[in-house]
Design a protein around this ligand. Sequence first.
Ligand code: PLP
Length: 233
Amino acid sequence: MIADNLQRLKEKINSTCLSVGREPHDVKLVAVSKYFGINTITEAAGLGVTDFGENKAQELRDKYKILGDKVKWHFIGTLQRNKVKYVVNSSLLIHSVDSKILAEEINRQAEKEDKIQKILLEVKTSGEESKSGLGNNEQVFKLAEDCRKLKNIQFIGLMTMAPFTDDERLIRKSFSDLRKLKDELNQHGNNLTELSMGMTSDFEIAISEGSTIVRIGSAIFGPRDYSKDWRDS
Ligand SMILES: *Cc1c(COP(=O)(O)O)cnc(C)c1O
């Protein structure tokens, strides 16, 4: 099932890229493997998937203990300061930085690990109370400035989640707002290359608005069973 899903997804990513004049290899696929077990991840890796996304610190820590650097890991979830240590050793990229204290703790742990941690700032383009992320552009500019002073952090782009709606215009606006914000930050001395936006339901819109990283779970692995632990699946 994963093989068919992947094939179909890659075809859609490719055709979307071509239809908007982009190169398919400019869009990185992060397979969101939360709630799925080691066998599922290994199966996807065997089919050529290189990058996996997790949204819980302990789950990433435990999967990393088993799989290590056989695949590349991305942390995409809400991160508490006391759990930063579980994700810095494993993550190629942390997508969800939204406060100065979090950035400082990532910097501290990265220094311990003797690495430069790549990060994205998460922006709440939807205005939805339930979502995390920086609430306005001013906060993003300020945190970008703070990040520049942290030597073990490399700030390379922005991440967002579109609003929960069927209204395609609102989804598109949330993605185009993120792209504009990245351009603005780059006009003010940043050197951002990445836009992490687009999930199963909206990756085509995201790609057409300039996404460089799509985070896709259910289109690859099928629906998640939230009543189950990843160890049992
Ligand atoms: C779960 C999750 C995804 C993937 O969602 P799907 O709809 O299954 O593709 C993407 N981004 C974040 C932050 C997530 O938590």
